[in-house]
Design a protein around this ligand. Structure first.
Ligand code: GDP
Length: 300
């Protein structure tokens, strides 16, 4: 088994390839939940949704969020009625958020709610939230501390951020299911996700780092030079005190990586990195990178 740590874009692109070259029951994914947000009474878990929809074969891979060919009737109507729904939620996507919210309100753990949803979608891979308690990534801006989604979706990232702060009522703890899949894995792969908003929240869950430390850990950089391939990772790395680059990413992972993969185009030299083509611009390239990662795992 291989366990992947994932956000909602870069690592899912790798998983798109992985699911075609591995037995699907041998794939486990621990997913970031620090970008989750309650909207219009329901719980959006953007990264869990993306990974689940990917494995269910219904993900909109143009945007890497939401369900392909979804409709937006409820969003249009609720907005017309004056609701401040700043995320464009599809109708089928919303049904998932309603079902999730209902299960949590009844006291179901997020881990079990996720399993129920994955079973309904016929997902054969193991998809686990990093923790069962609520954690939120906030950013400090001129408006004060705001939810990451307010910064990235509502303000389209067009704001200076000074600091990244993770808030919670109780410190997040890695679930027993998370620790069990890591224990059962031949390797842990940190996909090319945002180091600050996707990977750090997973690594910060109590029990995570010590579980991973003895494992063979491969990480893929989401940067080429000082620019991420997409998204706000550059600004977030700087706000969190890291260089926005592969070097900063490596440092952010605090020495837990055994193999660090940098893109062949990255002009920044790192003495011990493995160079691969990590630009997953189509499915074939996702499969090619997945095969290279599996080759490295077999060599471990
Ligand atoms: P989020 O939850 O939507 O922010 O998604 P992730 O954290 O999973 O992924 C965001 C990161 O993926 C960004 O920092 C991008 O630079 C990186 N990324 C996106 N596509 C690719 C790709 O094809 N190759 C690599 N190496 N990184 C990518």
């Amino acid at each position: 088994m291989i366990t992947f740590l994932s956000g909602g874009t870069g690592t899912p692109k790798l998983l798109l390839g992985v699911q075609q070259v591995m037995d699907r029951h041998e794939i486990s994914v621990i997913v970031n939940t620090a970008e989750d947000i309650w909207i219009s009474g329901n719980l959006i878990s953007p990264d869990l949704d993306t990974v689940m929809y990917l494995f269910a074969g219904i993900l909109n891979t143009e945007t890497w969020w939401g369900i392909r060919n979804d409709s937006y009737t409820t969003h249009e109507e609720i907005t017309r009625l004056g609701s401040d729904e700043f995320i464009t939620i599809g109708d089928r996507d919303r049904a998932v958020h309603i079902a999730r919210g209902e299960m949590l309100r009844k006291g179901v753990r997020l881990t079990n709610a996720t399993k129920n949803l994955c079973d309904r979608f016929g997902v054969r891979e193991t998809v686990l939230p990093m923790t069962d308690s609520e954690v939120t990534t906030q950013v400090k801006t001129d408006l004060g501390l705001i939810h990451f989604q307010e910064y990235w979706v509502r303000a389209k990232g067009k704001m200076m951020i000074e600091q990244v702060v993770r808030t919670y009522h109780e410190p997040p703890v890695a679930t027993e299911e998370v620790l069990a899949v890591i224990e059962a894995s031949d390797a842990v792969v940190i996909g090319p996700s945002n180091p600050i908003t996707s990977i750090s929240p997973i690594l910060a869950c109590e029990g995570m780092k010590s579980a991973i430390r003895d494992k063979y850990v491969i990480a893929v950089s989401p940067f080429i030079g000082t620019t991420p391939i997409s998204g706000p990772a550059g600004a977030l790395m700087q706000a969190a005190g890291f260089e926005p680059s592969s070097v900063g990413t490596f440092n952010c992972y605090e020495g837990i990586t055994d193999i660090f993969i940098q893109d062949i185009r990255d002009p920044i030299e790192m003495s011990s990195s493995v160079r691969l083509d990590t630009m997953m611009t189509d499915e074939k390239k996702s499969v090619a990178l997945a095969l290279e990662v599996l080759r490295l795992v077999r060599k471990c």
